[in-house]
Write a protein that binds this ligand. Sequence first.
Ligand SMILES: *Cc1c(COP(=O)(O)O)cnc(C)c1O
Length: 460
Amino acid sequence: MDFETIIEPFKIKSVESLPITTPEQRKDYLVREHSNVFGLKSQEVTIDLLTDSGTGSMSSEQWASLMRGDESYAGSKSWQRFEEVVRELTGYKHIIPTHQGRASERILASICVKSGDIIPSNSHFDTTRANFEFAESTPVDLLCKEGLSLLDPSDFKGNVDLEKLEELLKSEDGSKVPFVLMTITNNTGGGQPVSMENLKLVKALCEKYKKMFLLDACRFAENAWFVSQREDKYKGKNVRDIAKEAFRLADGCSISLKKDGFGNIGGLLALNDDQLAEDAKNLLILTEGFPTYGGLAGRDLDALAQGLIEITDENYLQYRTRSIAYLGEKAISYGLPIVQPAGGHALYIDAKTFLPDIPPHQYPGQAIVCELYLLGGIRTAELGTFAFGVAGENGENDTPATHELVRLAAPRRTYTQSHFDYVAEVLEKLVENKDKLKGYEITEQSKFLRHFTAKLKPLA
Ligand SMILES: *Cc1c(COP(=O)(O)O)cnc(C)c1O
């Protein structure tokens, strides 16, 4: 359309009321949960930006698919529809449904990874990393140098450093590499895209050194959208065609369909290699289910098939990436440092730059997370030393994480422009309150993934 305003390309058919709370209530809830927003009940949260995973809204066509769901144990029509859509999109020979991304990763790690292996990537997502480490291998992140600099607004900050990748592949350690895994978009690195050129050069290296090339393609549509906007050779090209081309560069993929599958649950593993696919299916039967449903109901497969058709709608992708970029522009105008450019699924606040006086072991990211909740009932996620640091002996001397980030992840097709305006207003207030913010200390924590359950208290 010829107007500047980008509208939500959908209208609303069913609504769910948003809980509106008072500042006093929010304070009580946060005290009750020891300053950990994972403990909050959803009815205590006004705008929930904790994650974009499984939190999106289904379309009326997806709800219709649920009714069409065929619950036959083997060979259901819903499975056939799912397989057909995934094959059209990816072109892979073997398609294996799973209940979510980490189930695919677990199977992949069991069939392809052995003790002592090295798995290079642009950046591994945390569950992917955990599954490869559980298989006693070493996942390594070889992100390009633009990607390492938070405030540099380069176009393709998700690219892998090709020189470092080739150095590894041709070294003695190269023989320990079972495959190269590229994450599109790069969730851990701020939701940044990977260029088609970078993917093609990774493919060429994999061919040269005879390695399998796999994609962690949770956000394949957002990646393809950015390619269509930023990469000269692809400007103006059809987004679905770009996504199809990306899949066809690799030999297989793992996907959490809770992201660009428009699903509330679901995942898949796809492989071209016959032997690996057979091994994967045998394991699937052991833990997920028969290969034509893999841990999902027929109705889920049907809704996911429909979601995978809808996700490459360019009007949707424009609205989605524009809402997040808009929030980013607002944040910058208030002087709030963010990872630039804004990512495909989330805005990331750079807490270290914003709160230089709060050291990593006092969790500056968590100070922002708590303040955003207290100010406006917005739930966000700390991705810094609280989540990824290694706990020290007395909690005082944690090994800090590389970055101190706060992620505002947008659920798909869920919030409208005025919700984003509201979030922007709360961000402005956060900047006004900057000098009042205090660090936190952990009073209780578990050994693994402490941020889900740890108790904290604000420092005096
Ligand atoms: C979410 C995610 C996963 C894991 O998927 P789950 O469905 O949460 O198990 C893996 N990789 C990336 C890049 C993700 O964003």
